[in-house]
Design a protein around this ligand. Structure first.
Ligand SMILES: [Zn+2]
Length: 365
């Protein structure tokens, strides 16, 4: 991990200097050639003690980071720091997978893995990544090709609204709320952060407190991911068509009030999971990317009320008298708009998830 980080940082420094001092672009090939030079230097002999594959992969990742930057997708690549953990990627030539054991190149012992799930039968990993999280936890992921069978067709369809009082409101009347322990975890995080702020920088206690903060962060993100995975798997299993509003549109309308119920990251992650799971299992995801009055429109008669302040959770339609729960009504409207779009492609542009054949797909385990 240390060697990968060192070489990555050296190459980043080299590329940065070349650009800012001499306006020269240094690419992957050049950094790879430099690596050969570095390996010959006496002070850097230790690089030869580890497998060259993850080190080389690190340079490829740097190349990727630069192309992402040049194409405007990300910020300028940053130096990697020890306390952030790190990762090392082993391609086929640098590991052996034998009798359910993983042997990495230049490591005598097999990795002591506690498996999260079994590898699919007869699958062979093509890449193995070893990661160290800032909280000090090691994880190993194995990339394998698997056949994913589509689910049998379902007669159900559903609309999702990013709720204010709940995480998600469904058009079938159900409201999904964050698990209760999220709140407790958040106050645990606050406590840990407060304790960290009181410690002197560079001290042993500061280090310990920082580790504690990282651990709570990891706990929260694990719990959130687990919860979202269960939710999206269920939604995809139960429904053939899922309609959602694009979050960018949503944020403009409901803005900061939303952060009470859900962070943007969760909503983004929820959509990401829905998208790929719909692709895997032969479901249709319709994303509505234009604004329309999902909350203010009566789902029964189509009447649009002029104003509906955020604090109003329930309302009666002045035209047809139907009683509405704000978020459920919005979810119903989203479903209706999504279905209309799916049929005629009219006023709101849909973005269907790519319909994917049940062929070989890459899946991270
Ligand atoms: Zn009405």
């Amino acid at each position: 991990m240390g060697c990968t980080r060192l070489v990555y940082n050296k190459a980043l420094a080299l590329r940065t200097e070349a650009w800012y001092k001499r306006q020269e672009r240094v690419g992957y090939e050049e950094t790879s050639a430099m690596l050969t030079q570095w390996k010959k230097q006496e002070a850097l002999q230790f690089i030869n003690e580890v497998s060259c594959v993850p080190v080389q992969q690190g340079l490829r990742h740097l190349q990727k980071a630069f192309s992402n930057f040049f194409e405007g997708r990300t910020k300028y690549p940053k130096f990697k720091k020890k306390h952030q953990g790190g990762s090392a990627e082993f391609t086929k030539s640098a590991f052996k997978f034998k009798n359910g054991q993983v042997y990495l190149a230049k490591c005598a012992e097999p990795l002591a893995i506690r498996w999260g799930r079994e590898l699919p039968q007869r699958s062979k990993p093509s890449t193995i990544s070893v990661k160290l999280s800032p909280s000090g936890r090691w994880t190993v992921s194995l990339l394998v090709d698997v056949e994913i069978e589509k689910l049998p067709e379902s007669p159900n369809q559903i609309g999702l609204d990013l709720g204010i009082s709940s995480l998600v409101a469904l058009s079938n009347g159900e409201k999904i709320v964050n698990p209760k322990n999220f709140k407790a975890k958040r106050s645990k995080l606050k406590k840990a952060q407060k304790s960290l702020s009181r410690k002197q920088k560079g001290s042993k206690n500061h280090h310990k407190a920082r580790l504690k903060v990282a651990k709570v962060h990891a706990e929260i993100s694990d719990a959130r991911k687990d919860f979202l995975h269960k939710l999206t798997t269920r939604l995809v299993r139960e429904n053939q068509t899922i309609a959602v509003e694009d979050p960018a549109v949503k944020n403009m309308v409901k803005n900061r009030k939303l952060s009470l119920a859900i962070s943007d990251a969760s909503w983004g992650e929820l959509l990401r999971q829905l998208e790929y799971k719909c692709g895997w299992y032969g479901r249709t995801l319709i994303k509505i990317d234009r604004w329309f009055p999902s909350s203010k429109r009566c789902g029964s008669c189509g009447h649009v009320v002029e104003k509906l302040p955020l604090n109003i959770r329930e309302w009666d339609c002045p035209k047809c008298g139907t009683h509405h729960d704000r978020d459920i009504n919005a979810a119903r409207n989203i479903l209706a708009a999504g279905l209309a779009v799916a049929v005629c492609g009219a006023t709101v542009r849909p973005e269907r998830s790519k319909s994917v054949q049940a062929g070989a797909r890459k899946q991270k385990l």
